[in-house]
Design a binder for this molecule. Structure first.
Ligand code: GLU
Length: 470
């Protein structure tokens, strides 16, 4: 039998990083074992499911490059099959009609609570056959009364739940629609899922699902429940903590490799290794290496991983992602240096690609004004002579290379008998409009020669005006 895992999101919002990590673990486990990875969209909650969310989930999966080789399956396409299984459970006595109204069930719960017992459905219709006519009913699973269910959880170890803790859950609502636990069971069975990897918020559902599978004579998958991701305050990660949707991380300037690497380590480890290529993840990942305790999301660490990938991945590849951010920020990169060259000089100067785009605008556009602080400090009267001289030397260069540019700056400083900084800083502000840039010779080499000359003119004019105004 082919080892098969699945990712089964409900399309009721974006792809949450917690969901993405579950998807990643499922995907890795399948890949590692040469198995199948199924994508199943659990869209039976018609009120909350939207096409927009389906798209957001697919976008997130595609962006992270987590490919599925079966699906996507949509539960809303399987209603006939669910009906069939519900009927099968009725026919074999594993399910029954319950005519209690919601109010009656509420009252039942209150009564049990008042008596100090666990509030639950008390099995009123379990053995009744005096069905009223024309009255709505739900269908409940006849949960075993005795014994217990043992989840042999790969991550958490054995978990035993007594059947006395479980009431007879509704598997079909009064309109005939199936409920979550039923649809999951039918799909996991039909799709031949061998390993259910999911968030541990589902651990309470598992004994119920095991009981239904057993009643159907279906094989039991293995289970791996992954602990939650927490925010820095120890509470479950949510919007309050900042970005939680996968695509938000793209928008914020992270590389998919960085987010994947960060997520694989968040809740799993292999010695003290921090950086894993995709191939290494597949080779080394194992569900048994997952933490039992929840992990806290740490943005600083994600930034560190992102910096690592911006610096170490092929600049051509990083440039593809940078292009997206340039477009997003309205920077036209049709003319100007190749983006891969920008990646090479900026990668170790920024935290994110968004920031890289922000500080690289001057390579593609004229700056509209000088950075106020930089201009105040460096575009002063004393900077005029060095700028004039270096401009003439730069204009005379026949080879517009970093090396020649470097020599021109050096020669200017020597001729005027001043420090390199006295030439370099005004020149930097002139060329970029700002006080910070990659190494000056490389920055200038990435710009056009004429462009630099014109920008120096602009700086000289600024100085003249400043001097004239006292
Ligand atoms: N659809 C469920 C959810 O999004 C997951 C169900 C499962 O993995 O069994 O929470």
């Amino acid at each position: 039998m082919t080892l098969t895992t699945r990712f089964a999101p409900s399309p009721t919002g974006y792809l949450h990083v917690g969901g993405a990590r579950t998807a990643l673990y499922s995907w890795l486990y399948a890949k590692k074992n040469g198995g199948d990875f199924v994508l199943r969209i659990e869209d039976t909650d018609l009120e909350r499911s939207t096409q927009e969310s389906v798209d957001a989930i697919m976008d997130g999966m595609n962006w992270l490059n987590l490919d599925w080789n079966r699906g996507p399956f949509f539960q809303t396409h399987c209603f006939d099959r669910y009906k069939e299984v519900i009927q099968q459970l009725l026919d074999t006595g594993h399910a029954y009609r319950c005519y209690c109204t919601p109010e009656e069930v509420d009252a039942m719960r209150e009564e049990l609570k008042a008596a100090g017992e666990k509030p639950r459905y008390n099995g009123l219709w379990r053995d009744r056959t005096d069905y009223p006519e024309d009255k709505p009913y739900v269908i409940r699973f006849r949960n075993p009364l005795e014994g217990s269910v043992i989840i042999k959880d790969i991550v958490k170890g054995d978990i035993e739940i007594s059947n006395s803790e479980l009431d007879d859950l509704i598997i079909a609502r009064s309109d005939g629609s199936p409920t979550y636990n039923l649809t999951v069971v039918v799909d996991d069975w039909d799709m031949k899922i061998t390993h259910v990897v999911r968030g541990d918020d589902h651990v309470n559902n598992t004994p119920r699902q095991i009981n239904i599978l057993t009643a159907l004579g279906a094989p039991l998958p293995e289970y791996a429940h992954i602990p939650m991701i927490l925010g820095d305050d120890g509470k479950r990660l949510s919007k309050r903590h900042g970005a939680v949707g996968v695509m938000q991380y793209r928008d914020d300037g992270y590389l998919p490799e960085a987010l994947l690497n960060y997520l694989v380590r968040l809740g799993w480890s292999h010695g003290d290794q921090e950086i894993f290529s995709r191939e290494e993840m597949i080779e080394l990942f194992d569900l048994t290496g997952c933490n039992r305790a929840p992990s806290a999301f740490n943005t600083d660490k994600l930034i560190w991983v992102n910096q690592h990938y911006m610096k170490s991945l092929d600049p051509e590849y990083v440039a593809e992602h940078l292009t997206w951010h340039m477009n997003e920020q309205g920077i036209n990169t049709d003319n100007g240096p190749a983006l891969s060259a920008i990646v090479k000089v900026q990668a170790d100067r920024v935290k994110t690609l968004k920031e890289m785009a922000q500080i690289s605008r001057y390579f593609y556009e004229e700056y509209t004004e000088f950075d106020e602080k930089a201009a105040k400090k460096h575009l002063r009267g004393v900077a005029k002579d060095p700028l004039v001289l270096v401009q003439s030397k730069l204009a005379a260069l026949t080879d517009w290379t970093a090396e020649e540019i470097h020599n021109a700056i050096n020669a200017t400083a020597e001729e005027l008998e001043i420090g390199m900084g006295k030439v370099g800083m005004p020149l930097r502000v002139a060329a970029t409009g700002a006080g910070n840039s990659p190494s000056l010779d490389e920055t200038l080499a990435l710009l056009e020669q004429d462009q630099v000359i014109v920008r120096i003119d602009k700086a000289i004019a600024f100085i003249d005006e400043r001097v004239a105004n006292g």
